[in-house]
Design a protein around this ligand. Sequence first.
Ligand SMILES: *Cc1c(COP(=O)(O)O)cnc(C)c1O
Length: 431
Amino acid sequence: MPMSDSFKERLFPLLPTVVNHFGTPFHIYDEVGIRETGRLLHEAFAEIDRFREYYAVKALPNPKILTIMREMGFGFDCSSVAELRLCRGIGAVGEELMYTSNNTSATEFIEAAGAGGSILNLDDISLLAKVPALPELICFRYNPGGRRTGNAIIGNPLEAKYGVRHEQIIDAYRQAREGGASRFGIHTMLASNELDYRYMVQTAGMLLDLVRDIGDSLGIRFEFINIGGGLGIPYQPGVNPLDLANMGREITSLFKEFAARQGYQPALYMESGRFMTGPHGVLVATAINRKEIYRTYVGVDASMSALMRPGMYGAYHHIEVLGKGRDEPQEMVDVVGSLCENNDKFAIQRQLPRTVDGDILIIQDTGAHGIAMGFNYNGSLRPKELLLTSSGEVELIRRAERVSDYFATLDFLPDRLTASGMGQAEKHNAG
Ligand SMILES: *Cc1c(COP(=O)(O)O)cnc(C)c1O
């Protein structure tokens, strides 16, 4: 099931008025749905001593959404200076923030470790020496390599650029301890849009075994294991959702077994993006052109700059036409944007009710990796974001980009390296 019936029942009757007031295109998110998913997540892991979701900020980096997450007690998983600042801007500090980056720069370390700090999730042993001042709590990202095969989107861990390899992992913690760290966590992320909950159970089991082995060999305890994000959502109708309740039950029993054997229980951290917000957002666009050549094309007033998953991964996003159901005459169409790029399609050869200019299309499951992946190719501007609040109001939570935003980086101080300046540099280098 794509977008929930509940979201649909609350949104669709309002849409003509919302479209009239705000204009299309826009992404609109459902506060009720986001809070409900958050509640289900907490419920699934209620029997574990300490559970925390670190929302993957990259999935939907909007301060209003992040504030809802923070109200639910979530932390934030960040991977850039901008994401850290976004979270600090809504008041998140210290261990509410997890910094998981790859190929981390000095600037990032300064930002992550400074100004209230964050939990540093290091991607390699070599980074220990590059952290300006090693904090007491250190986490490493683990890459199990050939010990586990990944799913299609995230690929094979042996070829993945992330994490510390299995043979280095004990040494990583030994070196961290020698460098002064006294608190430890471990992280991995091996799935993407995975609908089989058993995969996450196996990941938790793998990390608990590892934590036991590292702990036994170094005499340390782990404060947390972080099983990453990657929980899937059903984009296609008729696909079963991930079985969160069973995932919770089975991971909880692994934690209880661990506690019985080891005499303590680490916290369980997760960093879902897609699962938390994916189904709770839709992109609303108006049909503005229709064209019949070798195929029929329905042109809408949004382009892949607002949602690039179909163009980038061939991903399916369910589409409905407001007020037109299955009993309407259907036709086979491509739904397209306006970019000079043939990948700029929201749907390819899709059976939809026959549309006319002015029809409203609801492109579903855009609440994660939707606007966040947007870009400005062809001078395309990203649309606004709205929130359908718990009280049933609709609030603007990001304005649409303007042409002046596109030109903003053309406002700079002149700087020119002259021929004589280059001569100086050459002499310098030769000397
Ligand atoms: C992208 C990412 C996530 C979130 O992935 P989802 O598929 O949205 O759950 C979590 N953690 C890390 C380190 C990531 O890179």
